[in-house]
Design a protein around this ligand. Structure first.
Ligand code: ATP
Ligand code: MG
Length: 582
């Protein structure tokens, strides 16, 4: 590991584990999904996964885990992963969300094209099939139209210790249910007047098997099908069918769906009996969702942060949304590395934010070019440096990659250094500038501090020093000077003035919303500080979205929204070291 991140890489890399690989490998060894063909007779891959977001919000880091998992497995086992919009709920879904989700998945580095075929699907494209299959289930006696009130239905469902009661409509003739279902579809009834339910077992210990609803009336406009439908399928009914239509082999979802799996299997078994699908059917597997410390990943609470202007929009660099972490300066490679490191388990747990930050440092350390920025400027005047003269200084673009060449910048009589690099009365062990002490100006000369100017209130406004012309870094004379301090600086007349946004974690509590806590009480008042900094002049050429390491300060990115040509605005992505660790 390089010197630059020796202390920055906070977490040892855990041996990443993923129990799903074992399942897939066993299926492949058994030839479980071989010899399948699609509807055009073309052979199908033996591993097909899907990422099925509902287009009702922005994706966040938890979704990124699911994306890396599903697309990663498809990549590793020569399969494919479909991007499917699960848009069966008309009231909350919007095209805006479809667009940002597509963008986010692409940005993370994944693709749903195989050759020239695009595997991008919408559940709403299956509405005809979903409807026809529900008619079949009714006809075959596996489903019925229930006309109880919502209250009665809830009452008759029972609870964990108590069996439910059959609906008085449960045994109505199939023909009557079918007629009602068709009239529901034709718009003859109001929302909630009737509902279609699977006929399974009102006494099942699994509440999800107590005649779950499969179709409901919703007089609502759908973002893709418009007003064509006023009946919509329930998620638990639609999801297995969507999977089967798309020939999904491994349908991966989060743990809270474990109790829904028996119904998932029930739907597909009944429809296979009806000739709609052939075996092997898709199988659902559950994994632990990502819980990240110092962050919240509930769509509803993220919306609250945006609506109450606690953050500056969905892509605020402090948001755990994919658009937010992208703008913050995270790279797709660092997110993939993070997903790899945390692995995939069957038990919920918390992942520390430092694991995400560590992955970012480890990705950027080797890639990011170095530059100097002075964030809290203090004037340093070299008394014996000729007025109006400049001398060029040279530094490597990257300390471990000489092949990437050098950068140059001038030194002159007046410089900016960091305020913390001068003390009038040094504390014990302080080896930076104080009167009488010598330090090296990194890549430049050795200087000796001779005093400081103060304003009327006694504040230091400039520091004075003299330099040793034969001490320049890279020259023979430099070896004659042994100093402990090595300060970074920029030439005042040449530096680029830039807005820098110092971002930090949005919350001070590792579990801001745990146990129903009000996460607004845990907001970090210092999560954003905007300063004006002086940066090495060559940096004016950076492109929006380019990442740099500002020596000693951390990783920064030219903000992709607010940077202009020649006038970058910088976001601090992460400091060089973890300052949050215990
Ligand atoms: P909603 O409450 O709206 O359902 P959701 O976060 O489950 O919110 P979806 O659009 O349904 O959003 O999620 C798409 C996929 O991402 C699902 O397969 C879901 O399991 C997965 N996912 C969502 N949150 C996480 C998380 N924190 N960790 C891992 N996977 C997640
Ligand atoms: Mg969901």
């Amino acid at each position: 590991m390089s010197n630059d991140t020796k202390n920055g890489s906070t977490n040892p890399t855990p041996a990443s584990s993923n129990f799903l690989r074992g399942i897939i490998e066993a299926d492949l060894a058994a030839g479980k999904h071989e010899k399948r063909v699609d509807k055009d007779g073309q052979p199908l891959p033996t591993v097909i996964t899907r990422f099925p977001p509902e287009p009702n919000g922005y994706l966040h880091i938890g979704h990124a885990k699911s994306i890396c998992l599903n697309f990663g497995l498809a990549r590793d086992y020569a399969g494919r992963c479909n991007l499917r919009f699960d848009d069966t709920n008309p009231t909350k879904e919007e095209q805006e969300y479809v667009d940002t989700i597509i963008d986010s998945v692409k940005w993370l580095g994944f693709d749903w094209h195989v050759g020239d075929k695009e595997h991008l699907y919408f559940a709403s494209d299956y509405f005809d099939q979903l409807y026809a299959m529900a008619e079949y289930l009714i006809t075959a006696g596996h489903a019925y139209v229930d006309s109880q009130s919502a209250d009665d239905m809830a009452k008759n469902r029972g609870n964990f210790g108590e069996a439910g009661k059959n609906s008085p409509f449960r045994d109505r003739p199939a023909a009557e249910s079918l007629d009602l279902f068709r009239r529901m579809k034709a718009g003859e009834f109001k929302d909630g007047e009737h509902i279609v339910r699977a006929k399974i077992d009102m006494a099942s210990p699994n509440m999800n098997m107590r005649d779950p609803a499969i179709y409901r009336i919703r007089h609502a406009h759908h973002h893709r099908t418009g007003d064509a439908w006023c009946v919509y399928p329930m998620y638990d009914y639609a999801h297995p069918i969507e999977d089967a239509i798309e020939n999904i082999t491994h349908s991966i979802c989060t743990l809270e769906f474990q109790d829904h799996r028996p119904f998932y299997d029930w739907v597909l078994e009944r429809l296979a009996e009806g000739g709609f699908f052939t075996k092997p059917l898709p199988h659902q597997y559950e994994f632990a969702r990502l819980n990240l410390t110092y962050a919240i990943t509930s769509k509803r609470k993220l919306l609250q942060l945006v609506e109450e202007n606690i953050v500056d929009g969905w892509d605020d660099p402090r948001m755990p949304t994919i658009v937010g972490i992208r703008r913050r300066g995270y790279t797709p490679a660092s997110i993939q590395l993070f997903a790899e490191r945390i692995g995939v388990a069957k038990v919920d747990s918390w992942i520390d934010m430092s694991t995400l930050e560590g992955a970012l440092r480890d990705d950027l350390d080797d890639k990011a070019p170095r530059a100097i920025a002075v964030l809290r400027p203090l004037k340093l005047i070299i008394d014996n440096f000729p007025e109006d003269e400049t001398v060029e200084c040279t530094a490597p673009v990257h300390p471990h990659h000489p092949e990437r060449g050098n950068r140059t910048f001038p030194i002159s009589k007046e410089l900016w250094i960091e305020q913390e690099d001068f003390m009038e009365v040094p504390s014990k062990g302080y080896f930076r500038l104080f009167p009488g002490n010598k330090v090296r100006l990194r890549y430049g000369y050795v200087v000796e501090c001779v005093g400081a100017d103060k304003d009327a209130d006694g504040n230091i406004i400039a520091v004075h020093c003299t330099y040793f012309p034969d001490s320049k870094s890279g020259t023979e004379g430099s070896a004659n000077y042994k100093v402990k301090g090595n300060l970074h600086w920029v030439s005042a007349a040449h530096a680029l003035e830039a807005e820098v946004r110092l971002y930090d974690r949005l919350f001070t509590d590792a579990h801001p919303d745990a146990g129903g806590k009000d996460f607004k009480l845990a907001l970090n008042p210092n999560s954003k500080e905007v300063i004006t900094a002086y940066v090495e002049p060559g940096v004016s050429a950076v492109q929006a979205d380019e990442k740099l390491q500002f020596e000693r300060h951390g990783y920064f990115v030219a903000d992709r929204v607010d940077s202009k040509a020649g006038k970058p605005v910088f976001n601090r992505v992460v400091t060089l070291k973890d300052s949050w660790g215990k």
